[in-house]
Each structure stands twice: as structure tokens, then as C-alpha cells.
Design a protein around this ligand. Structure first.
Ligand code: NAD
Length: 285
């Protein structure tokens, strides 16, 4: 297996996408503007593959081969034309993503993707010359552990681009769903609905956060409760998504006052140490 796979942005998601792409045999170019973050991402990838070897999931040779497949680039100007795939995973800002996608398009990839979790594909495609080749490739965190790839089809996305995205999912070991370009796609729209209602239930003192979560885990076989998931995603991130969905669909997505208050108080979930649960050293107390 060969091919060239370019990932733009070596943050949480870019790192994960690079991990699965290298594991699938692609020559991966990881483009990162912040040199410290780029170096850290390469170090972390090596660490992940070392851990894979220790756990017996990967041979030493495979780990070495994966490591050798990843090249760090300081900018898209360093990327040669004609890659099979370019996926952007830069921060969730329309202007930034549009600029990155235009530059990525100038490198003439076969498939151009965005890992956006909330921005409409149509809006991202607005400045592109070849929007037919552009598609949403919404991976989930951590990318190596999450099977789902949400393929988001914009109004200008060509059918063969969607087919290529579905084939890419298979090569990366992911299981795709194909979703029309609507705010919140499939996952955020449903997931946030549950999370917001759970937060309203905390405010109504229906039960403790732990018991609300337990009800969904034991009663509905969810792997994790909606409040713990909100802590993992980040309360600020969920608040932003709720506001985006409120603007699109109306007040059924209005953020509960408790969520707004917690974010204002710096209670952002796992990353701040406090959300619906208290977190220490990356673990729920
Ligand atoms: P992040 O902040 O961890 O990483 C973004 C990286 O992009 C940073 O390292 C930043 O330095 C780099 N960057 C910024 N501008 C750049 C440029 N012009 N060229 C190259 N690199 C640049 O962000 P993240 O959490 O990885 O999120 C990235 C995208 O993935 C967002 O669109 C987000 O909505 C989406 N997403 C995130 C998650 C998640 O759980 N974190 C899940 C699904 C989708």
C-alpha cells in the first residue's frame, strides 16, 4: 500500500489522523505552523507506536516503518502537488479554515477534506475552485480508537468524491456514515441534544450527575453517560456547538443556564479539572 496523505494541523485530531494514515501505509506529511507543536506531535506518535509494541499490538518493524512514513512540514508550500488526500485539522474558525483549504487546493490533491465538527461544508467550499473534490471527513477523538468516520457531503461534492471518502474510510480501518451537510451533521446534533437535556436535569435536581449518567449506561447501554462525555469534550466546546445549533434550528438547542454559568466559572470539564465531575491527573475522581 502506498500513496501520499497530507494532514494540516498537528493538534489533537491531526496527530490522530496522521497515526491511522501511517498505519494504513500512506506516506504522511504532517503540516504544522507551530514548530514546538509539530515536534511534540512527532514525539507523541513515536510514543504511541512504542506503546503498541509493548502491548503486543504491533511488531517492532511495523512501528519503525510507521515512524519512517511521517514527515513534518512547516507549511503547505513545502508540500508537493498531487497528494492522494489532504485533510485539514486546524482550529474551528471559518476564516482560518478557508485560507488553509484554498492553499491546500493549490497543491492539487485528488481528495480534499475538512475535519470540521460544526462548520457547514458549503461555507468552507465557498472559496474553492474545485468544490466537487471537497468533502467533510469528520474523525472522532481519539482517532485510533474511534471507529466512526462521518463523511459530510456538501451541495457541490461530486458523487465520486463521496465514494472516494467511503473507500478511504475502509483503508483507514474506519466505518463511515454518509451525512448531508446540515448543522451538527448526525453526531453533534443527536449527541448535543442528549447532553443539553442531561444538564437541564442536573439543574432540575432530577438526580446526581453520576446517577443521570448511570441511567444511560445501564438503562440504554451507552458506553459513557452524557455528562461525563460533556466533561471529556469540554463544556466550552459543547456550549459553542449548542449556540451554532440554536442559530440553525431554534431554541430547542438553547444552552441551559447551568452550562453557561459553568463555562463562565472556568469549569470546562476534564481539561480544567472540574466539570460535572472532578478530574485529577486525567482521571475522574
Ligand atoms: P488543536 O487546537 O488541538 O490543533 C490545531 C492545530 O492546528 C494546532 O497545532 C495549530 O498550531 C495548528 N494550525 C493552526 N493554523 C495552522 C495552519 N495554517 N497550518 C498548519 N497548522 C495550523 O485542534 P483539534 O482539537 O485537533 O481540532 C482540529 C479540528 O478538528 C477542528 O476543526 C475541530 O472542530 C475538529 N474536531 C475536533 C475534535 C476533538 O475532539 N478535539 C473532534 C472532531 C473534530
Amino acid at each position: 500500500m502506498s500513496g501520499r496523505f497530507v494532514v494540516v494541523g498537528a493538534g489533537t485530531m491531526g496527530l490522530g489522523i496522521a497515526y491511522v494514515a501511517a498505519g494504513a501505509g500512506y506516506a504522511v506529511e504532517l503540516v504544522e505552523v507551530d514548530p514546538a507543536r509539530g515536534a511534540e506531535a512527532v514525539r507523541r506518535l513515536g510514543e504511541l507506536w512504542d506503546r503498541g509494541v509493548q502491548r503486543g499490538k504491533l511488531t517492532e518493524e511495523a512501528a519503525t516503518a510507521n515512524r519512517a512514513r511521517v514527515t513534518l512540514r512547516a507549511g503547505l508550500v513545502e508540500v508537493a502537488e498531487g497528494a492522494d488526500v489532504i485533510v485539514e485539522a486546524v482550529p474551528e474558525r471559518l476564516d482560518l479554515k478557508r485560507g488553509v483549504l484554498r492553499e491546500a487546493e493549490s497543491r492539487r490533491p485528488v481528495l480534499l477534506g475538512s475535519n470540521t465538527s460544526s462548520i457547514p461544508i458549503a461555507e468552507l467550499a465557498a472559496g474553492l475552485d474545485r468544490p466537487a473534490d471537497f468533502v467533510g471527513l469528520h474523525f472522532f477523538n481519539p482517532v485510533w480508537a474511534m471507529a466512526l468516520l462521518e463523511v459530510v457531503v456538501g451541495p457541490a461534492t461530486a458523487p465520486q468524491t463521496t465514494e472516494a471518502a467511503v473507500a478511504l474510510a475502509a483503508r483507514l480501518g474506519k466505518d463511515p456514515v454518509v451525512v448531508r451537510d446540515m448543522p451538527g451533521f448526525a453526531t453533534s446534533r443527536l449527541g448535543v441534544t442528549l447532553g443539553l437535556e442531561a444538564i437541564r436535569m442536573v439543574a432540575d435536581q432530577v438526580a446526581s450527575p453520576a446517577d443521570i449518567d448511570k441511567a444511560m449506561v445501564l438503562g440504554y447501554r451507552h458506553p459513557i453517560g452524557p455528562l461525563e462525555l460533556t466533561d471529556l469534550v469540554g463544556l466550552d466546546v459543547r456550549l459553542d456547538i449548542a449556540r451554532t445549533l440554536q442559530a440553525a434550528y431554534g431554541d430547542r438547542f438553547a444552552p441551559p443556564p447551568l452550562l453557561v454559568e459553568m463555562v463562565a466559572a472556568g469549569k470546562l470539564g476534564k481539561k480544567s479539572g472540574q466539570g460535572f465531575y472532578t478530574w485529577k491527573d486525567g482521571r475522574k475522581k
